[in-house]
Design a protein around this ligand. Structure first.
Ligand code: C5P
Length: 303
């Protein structure tokens, strides 16, 4: 079989319709129950043969993502090579559209993309279960970034169960110039609410999503990390208020923030909402995206 000269993949951003967080555990993580949805905002990654690992990054927040071994895509390639006992020989070309440190799984998408791309480039045929296990070692949200769709995440967020989602969901994301670090938001969460109960995504929300009831879904969006994100970034209150004023069905901080996500009834209304948010002067940049979509997909393999 000829060896691929190039593999191209894309990986989707995510939003948490619900993020329920329990108390800090001795391992430094929090048990969560979360309802993830992948949306059609993608980072793309090309993998080509090389000697050793190298990466070039362009696009949204390229400098912050970094082009060294700390980049999650690099770490994913190294982990896959180690696990499969092959030489880590790949050059990665990453094009970012998902904000870095934005609460939309931008870094996780890149790691998922690298796992899938290197698996194809090195012709490993890694099983789905093994790929998800490696993804979970790299980060809590990375298994979801591989799978996508609408999934319930348990454990650290890495244990996935597929959930029925009948409708398409149309979102407007208000992006922030400055990122928020996930560990610092969790630390603020501990400071604000150390007596967190066992995390549960509400059955009502799961029913609303299964039925494609957008209005009811909007009422039930819930993020336990929101208060912590707002405590670290009080300016986000103005962003959420701008969404309410502009007619969003609901607004929520996405994951650990600082991106804010607003739900609209239709794609047209999402586009109108984005225009109104920009006009409000309280939001500098918006992205309209819809879900659910696949997490990471192979776009091309060239021989
Ligand atoms: O798993 P990941 O590397 O993405 O997690 C980054 C940080 O977020 C962890 O070091 C931890 O501080 C926090 N975290 C957590 N509980 C989770 C997921 C992440 O406390 N379930």
């Amino acid at each position: 079989m000829p060896k691929p000269k190039l593999v191209r993949v894309q990986a989707a951003a995510k939003v948490n319709l619900s993020l329920q967080v329990g108390a800090l555990q001795p391992d430094g993580y929090h048990p969560v129950e979360t309802l993830y949805q992948a949306v059609d905002l993608y980072d793309t990654l090309e993998a080509v043969p090389a000697v050793g690992i190298s990466i070039t990054v362009q696009g949204e927040g390229a400098e912050a993502a970094g082009n060294g071994p700390s980049n999650l895509a690099w770490r994913a390639a190294a982990l896959l090579a180690e696990s499969a006992e092959v030489e880590p020989n790949v050059h990665l070309r990453l094009t970012k559209r998902i904000p870095v440190a934005g609460g939309m799984a931008g870094g996780s998408a890149d790691a998922a993309a690298a796992l899938v791309a290197c698996d194809a480039l090195w012709q490993l045929n890694t099983s789905r279960a093994k790929l998800l296990e490696l993804a979970g070692l790299l980060g809590s949200d990375i298994p979801f970034s591989v799978v996508g769709g609408t999934e319930l995440g348990r454990g650290r967020g890495d244990q996935l169960t597929t959930v029925l989602a009948k409708s398409e969901f149309h979102w407007v994301f208000a992006l922030s110039e400055q990122g928020l670090s996930t560990p610092s938001v969790y630390a603020e969460y501990d400071r604000l609410a150390p007596e967190a109960p066992a995390p549960r995504v509400s059955a009502e929300l799961l029913q609303a999503v299964a039925a494609g009831d957008i209005r009811q879904t909007a009422k039930l969006l819930d993020n336990n990390l929101q208060a912590a994100a707002l405590s670290l970034r009080p300016d986000l209150k103005r962003v959420l208020a701008a969404g309410a004023d502009a007619g969003a069905l609901a607004g929520i901080v996405s994951g650990s923030g600082p991106t804010c996500a607003f739900l609209a009834r239709t794609r047209e209304q999402a586009l109108e909402l984005a225009v109104r948010l920009q006009a409000s002067g309280r939001v500098t940049r918006t992205v309209v995206a819809s879900g659910p979509v696949r997490g990471t997909s192979l776009l091309a393999v060239e021989y």
